[in-house]
Design a protein around this ligand. Structure first.
Ligand SMILES: Cc1cc2nc3c(=O)[nH]c(=O)nc-3n(C[C@H](O)[C@H](O)[C@H](O)COP(=O)(O)OP(=O)(O)OC[C@H]3O[C@@H](n4cnc5c(N)ncnc54)[C@H](O)[C@@H]3O)c2cc1C
Length: 459
């Protein structure tokens, strides 16, 4: 679908011609996300206010043009890719932190604010916004809300959903709506805030959010434990949580992830172990020291060959470098990677890891395992070369086998990346058919013309 010149003129009339991009070299920048998928919009539009967002959506509604809301395009489910063309409605100019209220402990921000920028701004005032996707320097609050993003700290603090108090959004017909309240509690009617959270741009375009904040933890301590056997690392995860310790993060890297990072950064990581656990405790100083000691002792009891505790902020940063570098290091191994996001009940982590190893062997594909082991959310990454049709066919079969294994073990398809397109066809594996029908009914009610991010989630 290509748009008539009159539509481009109308769009320029709304946002200004500088913010309507239709040259191929510009559109390329709006054709991808964090996956290997690609699809080009007809036009990219960058509104500068909620009124402009509403006017663009009104026009799209009148003309039946798809609108694909977009933050930084870092998503991992192909949810922001305009496979059917249309308008890539990019929210990055709406990037004001409107208010940080230390009394109510609330931040009000526009949707295009970069997550890491918000974190820095609230921390400067002794406050804390916990959701911490590893992409936090290149993703937006709007994108985080639309995907219900998580991150390492979500083990202790919960996911984005747990911090959204109120939203302003533009509906499919261009009306602007405010839902929720800027209060600690709210039992007033249906919870439309939570309906929009995780809706991946299919139910409305989020323009502003009121977010709950916490006091900034006073101290943190990081423990890194090396395990010759992966099963021992998995059992240590369960032991830590059963001992009543609630670390902020409990991250797992398997031997392939360790090797990829070591080849990339030469950090001196051990190449003779099957797993590393990276555990961070935070809170007040005395409690943190006690918890970190318990974690170290439990790792040793579960046959860790080495346990290191960070002694300084620099030490802590060094220990985290390996975990942060995983994604980048995988890209150096093979031309493509498919990063899954399955989540299983914690007790099923060892069984899930065993199934992943077996699937890798069965389809002769390297599968790197890392992720938020503390909440059962693993990111098995399949490394492959999309140019090889036989390999690509095996990747698709392996991916289906991973979803099936997760569901058989009592888990589900996505813990934090969302459904997008990559998991859409597998939804019936994990979601009751009646629930899928209810989701479709919600979509029809809010977007009867189906213009908002068509083909995604239940589309
Ligand atoms: C290296 C790397 C590490 C990552 N680590 C994590 C992690 O630890 N945890 C995690 O949860 N995710 C992670 N991600 C995935 C990704 O960063 C998150 O899903 C993030 O929330 C996407 O934000 P974005 O601004 O880039 O959104 P985009 O990718 O632009 O969009 C994602 C989805 O949100 C919709 N959307 C965007 N903005 C709006 C809006 N204002 N209103 C309505 N819909 C909107 C889009 O239509 C699309 O459906 C990672 C990605 C990469 C590349």
């Amino acid at each position: 679908m290509s748009l008539p010149a009159t539509i481009l003129r109308d769009l320029a009339g709304i946002v200004g011609s500088d913010w309507v991009l239709s040259a191929p070299e510009d559109l390329l920048c709006y054709s991808y996300d964090g996956t290997f998928c690609e699809g080009w919009p007809d036009v990219a539009v960058l509104p500068g206010s909620v009124e402009e967002v509403a006017a663009v959506v009104q026009l799209a509604h009148r003309e039946g043009i798809p609108v694909i809301a977009r933050g930084m395009g870092s998503g991992l489910a192909a949810a922001s890719i305009p496979f059917d063309g249309g308008i890539a409605l990019t929210l990055t100019r709406l990037n004001r932190i409107i208010e940080i209220d230390p009394v109510d402990m609330v931040a009000v921000v526009e949707a295009g604010v970069i997550t890491g920028d918000l974190q820095q701004a609230v921390e400067a005032q002794g406050l804390f916004y916990p959701p911490d996707p590893s992409s936090l320097k290149h993703c937006t609050i709007g994108g985080n809300i639309a995907c219900n993003a998580g991150g390492p700290r979500c083990l202790k603090y919960g996911v984005t959903r747990d911090y959204v108090l109120a939203l302003q959004a533009v509906l499919a017909d261009g009306r602007t709506v405010r839902v929720g309240a800027r209060t600690a509690k709210n039992a007033t009617g249906y919870n439309l805030v939570q309906l929009l959270v995780g809706s991946e741009g299919t139910l409305g375009v989020i323009t502003e959010a009121a977010l709950r904040l916490l006091p900034l933890p006073r101290a943190a301590q990081t423990v890194l434990a090396e395990f010759p056997r992966l099963t021992d690392a998995c059992e240590a995860v369960t032991a830590v949580l059963q001992a009543g310790v609630r670390p902020a993060t409990l991250e797992l890297m398997d031997e392939t992830a360790i090797r990829c990072v070591e080849e990339y950064l030469r950090l001196g990581l051990p190449l003779d172990v099957e797993a590393i656990l990276l555990v961070e405790c935070d809170g007040d100083e005395a409690r943190v020291a006690e918890e970190a000691q318990s974690v170290a002792a439990l790792c040793q009891e579960h046959r860790a060959s080495q346990v290191r505790t960070a002694r300084s902020p620099q030490d802590r940063d060094d220990l985290w470098r390996a975990r942060r570098a995983i994604s980048g290091s995988l890209s150096r191994q093979r031309p493509n990677k498919l990063g899954e996001d399955i989540v299983v009940p914690r007790h099923a982590i060892p069984a899930m890891v065993a199934r992943l190893k077996e699937i890798g062997r069965r389809y002769a594909l390297p599968i790197v395992i890392f992720g938020h082991a503390g909440d059962g959310n693993l990111h098995p990454n399949i490394l492959f070369d999309r140019r090889d049709p036989a390999e690509w066919a095996r990747v698709q079969e392996a991916s289906a086998a991973i979803f099936t294994a997760a569901v058989e073990l009592g888990g589900t398809l996505s813990g934090e990346h969302g459904v997008g397109v990559l998991k859409r066809d597998f939804l019936p594996l994990a979601v009751d058919p009646v629930a899928i029908e209810a989701m479709r009914a919600v979509k029809r009610a809010l977007d009867p013309k189906g213009i908002l991010n068509p083909g995604k989630v239940v589309g």
